[in-house]
Design a protein around this ligand. Sequence first.
Ligand code: ATP
Length: 234
Amino acid sequence: MLRLEDIDAFYDDLQALYDVSLEVERGRVFALVGANAAGKSTTLRVISGLVTPRRGRVVFDGQDLTPVPAHQRVDLGIVQVPEGRRLFPFMSVAENLLLGAHTPRARSVRNDTLRYVYTLFPVLEDRRAQLAGSLSGGEQQMCAIGRALMARPRVLMLDEPTLGLAPVLVARIFDTVRTINADGMTVLLVEQNVRQALTIAHRAAVLESGRLVLTGDGRELLGDDRLKRAYLGL
Ligand code: ATP
């Protein structure tokens, strides 16, 4: 469904990605893992169109995205939950969610989608009139995921959704990703929680200093000696 081919990406003179190729299959969870500054967020920015690669291309559903600007990629269904959530703190939970449904395709079905989001996260319905800035960290992450779902993604990209959350909430977010995927959503998940990400991922890749060093089935990578040494402390 989504393919990166031979991507080199730069910030001025600094090369952040070297020859990155990967393929996210429809209906699957793909996890991209790696340490700080490995290039995970840059990979998502290349897909969403915020960083233009100097070499290579992104293909979505057979369409070369090179000429497609970022805002049109959202219309195509490429939707990202940004790292750090980026909610509007002085707007209510419901207003934040409805803002996600800004494309015509999403707006026409937004009441149905809102019901789905409230089913996934009942706490958001309970707190729908509350300011988003007053939610706990975990609830804010739920709100950010809910807002992205309101845009009716065809592929949902999550950038470190569990960052800074307590273990019980980390587990809750991973459960939610699994549920969303079971409901048919294709997911590209960027994570530093390597073990949990690989446990739920069908496919996964490891980025180190801008280069893909391992790709495979999620569970298969969990058993890889190099990965165990580098990321799981085993
Ligand atoms: P993190 O978990 O810290 O976000 P990451 O794997 O997502 O790490 P990136 O944010 O993609 O890594 O960063 C890859 C490289 O690009 C790093 O060397 C980083 O310092 C650099 N970089 C990232 N964003 C910018 C930017 N806006 N301007 C300049 N350099 C950047």
